[in-house]
Design a protein around this ligand. Structure first.
Ligand SMILES: NC(=O)c1ccc[n+]([C@@H]2O[C@H](COP(=O)([O-])OP(=O)(O)OC[C@H]3O[C@@H](n4cnc5c(N)ncnc54)[C@H](OP(=O)(O)O)[C@@H]3O)[C@@H](O)[C@H]2O)c1
Length: 418
């Protein structure tokens, strides 16, 4: 379907000149004159300002039907959305690719195509720079991919960002080969579990994974060779004790002083890939001191020094990948690995839109093992959050987590026009 839509768009000479990431939110273009317009309402999670969980409001918006889609767009009825660390950053004003509030959050989801030319009803994975956390989302057709048989909407929403990030880093940048060793930080998180599964598609890869101690059993079962509790032990010493020469590849989502440690752990000809700055996030709101510390402690070295170390440093950011061919090739390769049973997203828990604050708090408090999913479908009154039972058992009380008063983040807003 995706290919057909793209082909259709091209036939009519409506090729997208902007980056496919740069599409507007749903229902923002001019109406079609000849069709009767019926407004439909839909729920959306909107960041209304920077700060705590209370800045994310559950709003009811309305859209005229049939929808007014731009060239190359499809309208997706969203069934499940992925929560990413980027949204914790975005809430604090630390994610540069997110437009200023008010803005509908969400970069990935899954659902059913509701409108595009005559083809509707296909189950798709859908991605956009933002705006996926809403029941109806207009997305570029070339950012939708058919969901394989047997894959749930939750799995489909969990796959794109985490697995594409891990895949491109491991296979496009680091060229992972048999017999190599990889250090995966945040190994029990969304990207961490994706990276672990992808490492296992290559023979004899040794995986060092840092995670809170309560998650070690799960990540060991998932393929991490040496789980390390970074909160009570120095991971550099631990890794050197096991592998005195260090490791071949380090994936660094932390930044600051950790980047220096990661670089020090590389074997000669090894590669460090920096792809995040989680150390900037401490409390619920922006922490200027943590940001300054992360910035101040980052690794700086000149190219001559780099040459003398025989090591490589790369940076990776999926949001800046503009190459459509690379994008499609990667996602299709991942769907094939899923079909072959080699990868499978691990869903930590699912929350309804009303519970977005609890979902974000779970990630912020370092409790998740795998992916947290948001469900647009309204919560039934007696329903509890659908947590993965095993994950819930493994969750330890996080003494280090900043104790924060639980804030109610949802607010029904009367239907407003988009
Ligand atoms: N560059 C890119 O294109 C790209 C794309 C996707 C993600 N990322 C980055 O990859 C990292 C992982 O993202 P994700 O979405 O998969 O999230 P995630 O790993 O599921 O994030 C939550 C987990 O990270 C660990 N953690 C470490 N430091 C933390 C902190 N300061 N605050 C909260 N949790 C912390 C916690 O587990 P433990 O305590 O068990 O370690 C927590 O459970 C993030 O840094 C994100 O920005 C980058």
């Amino acid at each position: 379907l995706n290919k057909e839509i793209i082909a259709l768009t091209r036939q009519t000479g409506q090729q997208m000149t902007k980056s496919a990431w740069d599409f507007p939110e749903s229902g923002s273009s001019s109406p079609a004159a000849d069709e009767e317009e019926k407004p439909v309402s839909y729920r959306a999670l909107v960041l209304t300002g920077y700060g705590g969980y209370d800045k994310i409001k559950l709003q009811v918006k309305s859209m005229k039907m049939p929808p007014q889609l731009k060239a190359g767009e499809v309208l997706v009825r969203v069934k499940a959305c992925g929560l990413n660390f980027a949204e914790l950053l975005g809430k604090q004003g630390l994610y540069e690719l997110l437009p200023s509030p008010p803005v509908t959050l969400g970069m990935e989801g899954s659902g059913v195509i509701e409108a595009v030319a005559e083809d509707v009803g296909d189950r798709v994975i859908a991605m956009n720079r933002h705006g996926m956390w809403q029941e109806l989302a207009a997305v570029p057709a070339n950012r939708t991919f058919p969901i394989p048989d047997g894959m749930s909407f939750e799995e489909a929403a969990a796959l794109p960002i985490n697995y594409m990030t891990a895949y491109m880093m491991l296979f496009e940048m680091a060229n992972l080969r048999p017999g190599k060793s990889v250090l995966i930080h945040m190994a029990a998180g969304g990207v961490g579990i994706a990276a672990t599964q992808l490492c296992q598609t290559v023979q004899d890869v040794t995986i060092f994974g840092t995670a809170s101690a309560s998650k070690h059993e799960t990540i060991s079962q998932g393929g991490v060779t040496h789980p390390i509790d970074y909160r009570t032990k120095d991971y550099v010493t631990e890794i050197r004790n096991i592998s005195p020469k260090g490791v071949d590849i380090v994936l660094d989502p932390l930044g600051g002083a950790d980047t220096q440690k990661c670089f020090s752990l590389l074997k000669p000809l090894g590669m460090l890939i920096v792809f995040g700055a989680a150390n900037c996030v401490t409390g619920q709101k922006k922490n200027l001191l943590a940001m300054a510390k992360t910035w101040y402690n980052q690794l700086t070295l000149n190219t001559l020094k780099l040459m003398q170390t025989n090591k490589a440093i790369s940076g990776f950011h999926l949001g800046y990948i503009q190459d459509q061919e690379l994008f499609e090739r990667t996602l299709l390769a991942l769907l094939e690995l899923y079909r072959q049973g080699k990868i499978k997203p691990r869903i930590d828990s699912s929350y309804h839109f009303e519970e977005v604050a609890e979902a974000m708090k779970r990630m912020h408090d370092r409790q998740n093992i795998g992916k947290i999913i948001l469900l647009p479908e309204p919560k039934k009154t007696e329903e509890k959050p659908k947590s993965n039972a095993e994950a819930a058992e493994n969750v330890e009380k996080n003494e280090a987590a900043v104790s924060e008063k639980k804030e109610e983040a949802t607010e029904e807003v009367k239907a407003e026009e988009d």
